[in-house]
Ligand binder design. Structure first.
Ligand code: G3P
Length: 221
């Protein structure tokens, strides 16, 4: 499973990119709007320079023709940009034409298997089922990821499942076990993935024992 950051914040992206494990980035209009003072196009182009992998930038138009026009423009911003369209009739229409242009589309705001089937038929490169928002209304978001992955496998569909709306490390674990191709998460969750108290305690004790047995070397450093 590829690991993506769900943010438009350049500092967060740069920090996690330095770990050597960041495969891509997803943004959305709310995340971009948090980065005050930034032009959308310039911000996305900066993100695309930091991360060589897929960077999703979402259209904000509402009708099919405007979505198509906006998506074709966004596609010119960088080699690794992915156009994001909503799972609506207008979004499917734009996706189907963008896909025929050879443009990668991430169809977002997916909350059902049938929606994921429609997105695949429209030529989506990624489908983004929103795990956290389903959990928020007491439905099983991780189960949806598993069902979509299974349906795509059974149907021989190549659209990639990008688990989104991730709230906790447990969501990441469940997405991986459910067979998601990628998982996009907030910076906070990414940082939680690497942390474990036993790792920290274990390393501290290793180094303390080493320094005790090698006092001369320890003081040289
Ligand atoms: O960016 C798409 C998705 O990950 C956002 O989900 O629920 O955190 O707003 P949410």
């Amino acid at each position: 499973m590829q690991l993506f950051l769900d943010t438009a914040n350049l500092e967060e992206i740069s920090e996690i990119a330095s770990w050597g494990v960041l495969d891509g980035v997803t943004t959305n209009p709310s995340l971009v709007s948090k980065e005050s003072g930034w032009d959308f196009k310039k911000l996305v182009k900066e993100i695309c320079k930091i991360v060589p992998g897929p960077v999703s930038a979402e259209c904000v138009s509402e009708d099919a023709e405007a979505l198509l026009k906006e998506g074709r423009d966004i596609a010119t911003w960088a080699e690794n940009v992915v156009v994001k369209c909503p799972l609506t009739p207008a979004g499917l229409s734009a996706c189907s034409k963008l896909a025929k242009d050879g443009i990668k589309v991430n169809v977002t705001l997916c909350f059902s298997v049938n929606q994921a089937l429609l997105a695949a038929r429209a030529g989506a490169y990624f489908i983004s089922p929103f795990v956290g928002r389903l959990d928020d209304i007491n439905q099983d978001g991780a189960a949806l990821v598993e069902q979509i992955a299974e349906m795509y496998h059974v149907q021989g569909i190549e659209t990639q499942v990008l688990a989104a709306s991730i709230r906790t490390p447990m969501h990441v674990e469940k997405a991986a076990l459910a067979g998601a191709d990628a998982c996009t998460m907030p910076y906070k969750v990414f940082k939680q993935l690497v942390s474990h108290p036993l790792t920290e305690t274990g390393l501290k004790n290793f180094l303390a024992d080493w320094k005790k047995a090698h006092p001369a070397v320890a003081t040289q450093k």
